[in-house]
Design a protein around this ligand. Structure first.
Ligand code: FAD
Length: 482
């Protein structure tokens, strides 16, 4: 039996525990956590890969999940004011699990004058398709507290949960020999999984290369605020609204909203951020909040998030910023990558190197996606001037490419990831239709590309034909049934 010790019971720790108990039959799992501070309490948006986690790891139908965990359907993200007085949508696919997108997906849609990015399939923002959730790939907003309670219950017979604070880490040759709990004393394991969040309680004692991105991604502070509400309608989108010095997130649930103000302490003082956020909450929601929690981090990630016998998952392995809510997806990708390269839990170095390469590629793609959002060319404040003057090399070359050509992705890129990039580029007016037409005319396979892209166009048509129903009504009915 291989002994796995997880430190941390936030979303990363609990998802890891679910994953390890489900995937490795020969493993025993112990999880240590600080009972006074169970999770960071933010991280409420997911991407559509979450459906696979529900089906393949938790073995529960999506409809069951929606009934028992405070959650709502997320059809995408509404980006507001990123360009002056404008908005665009990054929509997620709502397709049955057998549907395969292709890399030319968006071509016809982009060339048509009616293209509305991710909002192409439905005009209302408070409706969802009336489809069997269990058969479709769908993303959700999830309440972290309610999700955590649900996972604790689901795992109580499979995982040994211990409330204890880890105080010491005993390292030998870049391997963890043991850790020490305040109450438990010395704890040994074959594999230590660091899910201790921004504390990085285990991995920080090991020699692992840190990719510092704090000069590029300067947002490093968040003021979260949640409040109850009972509006007539529930949006089916996250709102991401740009401000003069960062952006605000707003995540809707059946009976509450999760919101937060994001800024860089390079340009904004905490009390100014609080003042601006209060103003927004008052104007938009008639809220008069007390804001007493500011979360701080430095953007970056470990290039080796699996070192020796320590695997770091979630915030402990790195964090850039909440843009596009990619972190729960990253947790799932990390665990899938671990399984992909490692059948016996032996931790041989070949497996570690392969794992670190897969995870680094995913982190790099994530940094590209996040950096693209700031390609607004805005110069109306110190923050926006900085972002415009400090575009990444990748953004600069991507911007140049889109002026001249169409982008069809790189070898091995998922069609969905490509579509994400193109939707954002469309939203930021970076795509040049004349250049696309010229490019297609010049290519031998231009006709073929257009035919391939018809499939995606048919998908939009199919989505329009769904029966679109009130989001609020569906959530209410689901809960009443339980
Ligand atoms: C402002 C903000 C917004 C975000 N929004 C999103 C989003 O919309 N979507 C998304 O996917 N992600 C989002 N994220 C990221 C998301 O919050 C995390 O990826 C996710 O919650 C996982 O966190 P975690 O489990 O790694 O860490 P945490 O939730 O911080 O959990 C850490 C755990 O470690 C334990 N611990 C720490 N030190 C010790 C110790 N010494 N001994 C014992 N236990 C210890 C704590 O008790 C806790 O249980 C956001 C992050 C931030 C900062």
């Amino acid at each position: 039996m291989t002994k796995i010790v997880i430190v941390g019971a936030g979303t990363a720790g609990l998802i890891s525990a679910a994953y390890f108990t489900n995937t490795f039959q020969n493993a025993s799992v112990e999880l240590y956590y600080n009972g006074k501070n169970r999770s960071i309490g933010v991280g409420e948006g997911t991407a559509d890969g979450f459906s696979n986690f529900l089906t393949n790891v938790l073995n529960i139908p999506a409809s069951e999940f929606l009934k028992h965990v405070e959650s709502s359907v997320k059809l995408g993200i509404n980006f507001k004011d990123w360009l002056p007085n404008s908005e665009y949508y990054h929509g997620f696919e709502v397709t049955d699990k057998t549907f395969d997108m292709n890399n030319y997906s968006s071509l016809i849609e982009i060339l048509s004058d009616n293209y509305k990015g991710g909002k192409n399939f439905n005009d209302a923002t408070n409706t969802i398709p009336d489809i069997p959730f269990d058969d479709y790939r769908i993303a959700y907003h999830i309440d972290t507290k309610s999700f955590s309670d649900y996972l604790f219950k689901l795992l109580e017979t499979k995982v040994k949960f211990v409330q204890d604070i880890i105080t010491d880490v005993n390292v030998e040759n870049n391997n963890i020999k043991s850790i020490k709990g305040r109450k438990s004393g010395i704890i040994t394991a074959d594999l230590f999984v660091d899910c201790s969040g921004l504390n990085k309680r285990l991995i920080k004692h090991l020699d692992a290369k840190w990719e510092d991105l704090s000069d590029t991604f300067i947002i490093n502070s968040a003021i979260p605020y949640q409040f109850n509400h009972n509006y007539d309608e529930i949006p089916s989108y996250t709102l991401s609204q740009a401000t003069q010095d960062g952006w605000i997130w707003q995540i809707p649930f059946a009976e509450r909203y999760g919101t937060g103000y994001l800024y860089s302490d390079k340009f904004t003082m905490e009390h100014d951020a609080k003042y601006r956020f209060c103003d927004w909450l008052d104007n938009k929601h008639d809220e008069d909040p007390t804001l007493n929690n500011t979360i701080k981090w430095d953007a970056g990630y470990y290039k080796e998030s699996w070192v020796g016998n320590c695997l770091s998952i979630g915030l402990s392995s790195g964090f850039i910023e909440p843009m596009e809510a990619t972190n729960i997806s990253m947790i799932l990708s990390q665990l899938e990558a671990f399984y992909e390269v490692n059948y016996t839990l032996s931790g041989i170095s070949y497996n570690r190197d392969s794992y670190n390469k897969i995870v680094n590629d995913a982190q790099e793609l994530m940094t590209e996606v996040i950096s693209l959002h700031y390609c607004t060319n805005r110069t109306d404040s110190d923050f926006w001037r900085y972002m415009t003057n400090n575009k990444t090399d990748w953004v600069l070359s991507f911007e140049e490419k889109l002026k001249e050509e169409y982008y069809m992705g790189v070898e091995g890129m998922y069609a969905e990831d490509l579509d994400d990039l193109l939707q954002i580029a469309m939203g930021l007016n970076m795509i040049n239709k004349d250049a696309i037409i010229k490019c297609i005319t010049l290519r031998n396979d231009g006709k073929h590309l257009m035919e391939q892209s018809k499939e995606h166009s048919n998908y939009f048509t199919k989505c329009k034909e769904y029966n679109w129903v009130s989001h609020k009504h569906v959530l209410k009915t689901l809960r009443e049934v339980s």
